[in-house]
Design a protein around this ligand. Sequence first.
Ligand SMILES: CC(C)(COP(=O)(O)OP(=O)(O)OC[C@H]1O[C@@H](n2cnc3c(N)ncnc32)[C@H](O)[C@@H]1OP(=O)(O)O)[C@@H](O)C(=O)NCCC(=O)NCCS
Length: 415
Amino acid sequence: MGKALDGVRILDFTHVQSGPTCTQLLAWFGADVIKVERAGAGDITREQLRDIPDVDSLYFTMLNHNKRSVTIDTKNPEGKQVLEALIQTCDVLVENFAPGALDRMGFTWERIQELNPRMIVASVKGFGPGPYEDCKVYENVAQCAGGAASTTGFDDGPPVVTGAQIGDSGTGLHLALGIVTALFQRTQTGRGQRVLAAMQDGVLNLCRVKLRDQQRLERTGMMKEYPQYPNGEFGEAVPRAGNASGGGQPGWILKCKGWETDPNAYIYFITQAPVWAKICNVIGKEEWATDPDYATPAARLPRLKDIFAEIERWTMTKTKFEAMQILNKYDIPCGPILSMKEIAEEPSLRKTGTIVEVDHPTRGKYLTVGNPIKLSDSPTEVRRSPLLGEHTDEVMAELGYSPEQIIALRTAGAI
Ligand SMILES: CC(C)(COP(=O)(O)OP(=O)(O)OC[C@H]1O[C@@H](n2cnc3c(N)ncnc32)[C@H](O)[C@@H]1OP(=O)(O)O)[C@@H](O)C(=O)NCCC(=O)NCCS
């Protein structure tokens, strides 16, 4: 079966996490992704957080599936010529170097346009234009600057970063959408364009509801669905809401059977208004369904702490999976806190290709997260990440270089 992005060639100048997430998605959709790496070293993540000596790390392998790897010294004059040939034959150049690095290499937007006016140049940067535009940025910097950290955690503790890589992988996802959109516009205009996804912007986009709350707070001085209501004090900025659901339907994380020894024996429980009577039945507090102190969402708001404590007395008698099964029968929204171990072993995720086992020539078998976006006419086959420079000769031959020229370039240190 064909793939959605068949025929699209990507010059992948990305490294670490944000850019590689983007180009991996495009590769899964069928694009030919040619990853350009520095000779000898390659993407720094190849050697970061290694679990097996001298073997590409899981950090690298899990972000670079379905790509080809070529090694080019882009600061060598002959290496530059090879890169120019690549620019002339690719549709998209994706990069996430520090600000200005591509220009310093000699590949300004104007130069790239001269070489290939149809080229789309897509970049991840830490910040958009402004006071911080020259800064190098990593995941947690973006989480902090994008509003996630100030709104995550508990009111009586410091800001907290989240384990979900919303700064890196989140921005890669934004960039991928920008690229396919630019490819679509090119079918009308015939021209390439620049695509920029700044990590601060990407995180803020995911924190959109918190900017909503900032304005609600400024207008009304409080927000009833926050745990600070009615006892706590609201300050000038959106406070950290602990595990409150934030969607207007009160929710909290509650202990389940085994919580004393299992750090993940918890369930997220939402006291959704339409199923309140069912919740009362399940936890054995039938009288709350009609008691005016508990019967309406407004009456419950000031009593949420006690209500969740009562519900927790029930959830603590069940495992999180038993609770899930019982609550779902009554359409009571809830979610078990799944550990990475449980997720890795979950058969249904293996079946859908969301968790995939991949074989690698030097590291052997490992698990990865497959393509989370499923297209019915463009199925994803997850192929292992390339070894450093594995496809240099192959790609050079495609560009028209003879075996002798390839040897000469290698001797010159250009590839
Ligand atoms: C991630 C980041 C902080 C890493 O910084 P870094 O390790 O110092 O790497 P840089 O991007 O500055 O690139 C280092 C140098 O390698 C050079 N280089 C890269 N590939 C090369 C190649 N194939 N041949 C020769 N030189 C190469 C670059 O030209 C640059 O040189 P310069 O500083 O002389 O201009 C930085 O790239 C960044 O801020 N990127 C944008 C935001 C981002 O994506 N952050 C999230 C990462 S998950």
